[in-house]
Design a protein around this ligand. Structure first.
Ligand code: PEP
Ligand code: MG
Length: 534
């Protein structure tokens, strides 16, 4: 028996089942140069493989929107150019040309600081694998063929693998690579499959068909379990599932505290799919729409029209409230199409509202899109990283300018749209009483607030134990902000990770927090905590 401990959980749950080793076929290739006469033949192989991949992806895109992005990558002229030039100019065979071009593409994504964008490299590699298999006429393994309950163990899983999963047979997923924001993690979470990713060395520890146990919530895998452990995990699994069913049964109960205060439970989202996933949890709206993902997954600054389409649908989906945070780029989030100057301290640098105020026309494109969407639902505008009253007033004045422009154009919008701000800088805490007179709502961003109050980098693993939102200084700041907001009669929410932490619920309720906004997976747990009053 061996216990493997894993740091990060992608999707909670417990599983006991035989291993299904899911390994890629041999897609290796030679590296010998081709002759000039072979160039056309190699290019034809690429065209054929690409046509087949595009056809396949077109079908998949109708089932799952992830593949719309794949389709775009497959049709990207840079991919085409990259392969063609390597075949024509460097006389590389088509497989080597594909592999190298895909690698170049993937490296661009992997080198981004943002965890989410890093994971997009998997999409690129997925396409590379399909193209290689196509040129070699090799069939890729298919998870759709599983007929018995299993735990799938793989090096990595691509989006196209995960959509074929039947959640009633795939009881668990373990991968050697990948992160918690990868597609496999997101999809596994939405399907409720216990999943652990980035488990180094797991492939050499398990063999096909042997039964293993996993508790994804606790990050434990047991290889070659004895009878006692097997029974223990089976009992744990039953208890976990009963608890899950109980939590789900509470979804129609409004979150009202023992004292009778109605608490709003909202979701943090980055796209429309996240909203759809969160709706199942019976949310009170979206407390944080991270609009930067719209910019990051693009080849250019999205236009007013492009943004309007997304915000409008988001407003229609999140029936009760949609809080759109204006662009929060910079810090660790970059754009592939815009060169940011290298900075000594990016988190203290040109980011968020600072960029929006400096790039006014770009900011206005976004604001007009948000305003127009406000004709289709209860939309709120939220500014990130505010440190001064001047910034807040300037941002609000630009909203006003946009309103005038829309009026002239005859476009509909909510004249009384609320404009609020994130409280994520020490300055905004200290001046909260003044800000509360000017802002329509506050949302406390504990992710940044903790790093700025404690001077502890939120992404630095070496000092992760010092990054603590239960630190008395952070807790005191939260209390002050809530008090300042309530004094002026405005609602105070929280959209940092602390809002989704069960252990923080009682404390935040005692401090008077009105709205908790978190990733969808935490909502059931926080609701239960509020109802039970523990
Ligand atoms: C925060 O800082 O708490 C927050 C919600 O914003 P982000 O994590 O996107 O910086
Ligand atoms: Mg923040």
């Amino acid at each position: 028996m061996e216990k493997v401990l894993v740091e990060k959980t992608a999707s909670r749950g417990i599983a006991v089942a035989p291993v299904y080793l899911y390994l890629d076929p041999d897609l290796s290739f030679g590296t010998e140069k081709i002759s000039k006469e072979q160039v056309q033949e190699e290019l034809d192989k690429f065209t054929q493989a690409k046509t087949a991949v595009v056809e396949e992806l077109t079908v998949l895109a109708q089932q799952n929107e992830i593949f719309a992005a794949h389709l775009e990558i497959a049709g990207d002229f840079m991919l085409q150019d990259g392969v063609e030039s390597k075949v024509k100019n460097d006389l590389k065979n088509v497989q080597q040309a594909i592999s190298e071009t895909i690698e170049e593409f993937a490296v661009i994504f992997e080198s981004m600081d943002d965890e989410y964008m890093k994971e997009r490299a998997a999409d690129v590699k997925d396409i590379g694998k399909r193209l290689l298999a196509g040129t070699k006429h090799v069939k890729l393994p298919d998870l759709g063929g599983i007929t018995e309950p299993v735990i799938v163990v793989a090096r990595d899983m691509y989006p196209s693998d995960t959509v074929k999963i039947n959640p009633s047979l795939v009881k668990g997923i373990i991968t050697e690579e990948g992160g918690v924001t990868s597609h496999v993690s997101i999809l596994a979470k939405s399907m409720g499959i216990p999943t652990l990713v980035g488990v180094k060395g797991i492939l050499s520890k398990v063999s096909d068909g042997e039964t293993i146990c996993m508790n994804a919530g606790e990050g434990v895998i047991v290889v070659q379990p004895d009878e006692e452990i097997l029974n223990e995990y089976k009992a744990q699994k039953e208890a976990y599932e009963a608890e899950k069913a109980r939590l789900e049964s509470l979804r129609n109960t409004p979150a009202v505290t023992k004292e009778g205060k109605r608490i709003y439970l909202c979701a943090n989202v980055g796209n429309l799919k996240d909203i759809k996933n969160a709706l199942v949890m019976n949310i009170d709206g979206v407390g944080l729409f991270r609009s930067e993902f719209l910019y990051m997954q693009n080849t250019h600054f999205p236009t007013e029209e492009e943004q309007f389409k997304v915000y409008k649908e988001a407003a229609q989906l999140s029936s009760q409230e949609l809080t759109i945070r204006t662009l929060d780029i910079g810090g660790d989030k970059e754009l592939s199409y815009y060169e940011f100057e290298k900075e000594e301290n990016p988190f203290l640098g040109w980011r968020a509202i600072r960029i929006s105020l400096d790039m006014k026309e770009m900011f206005k494109e976004q604001l007009r899109a948000i305003l127009r969407a406000s004709a289709f639902g209860h939309v709120r505008i939220m500014f990130p990283m505010i440190i001064s009253m001047e910034e807040l007033k300037e941002a609000k004045a630009i909203v006003q300018e946009c309103k005038e422009e829309l009026k002239e154009r005859g476009e509909a919008f909510d004249e009384n749209i609320e404009t609020g701000m994130m409280i994520e800088t020490p300055a905004s805490v200290i001046l909260a009483d003044e800000f509360a007179k000017e802002a329509d709502f506050f949302s406390i961003g504990t992710n940044d607030l903790t790093q700025y109050i404690l001077a502890v980098d939120r992404g630095n693993k070496k000092i992760a134990d010092r990054y603590d939102y239960f630190h008395p200084a952070v807790v005191k700041a939260i209390g002050q902000v809530i008090e300042a907001g309530h004094k002026e009669g405005i609602k105070v929410g929280m959209c940092g990770e602390m809002a989704g932490d069960q252990k923080a619920v009682k404390l935040l309720l005692d401090l008077g927090l009105d709205e908790f906004s978190m990733s969808a997976g935490s909502i059931d747990y926080v609701r239960e905590q509020i109802l039970s009053g523990n």
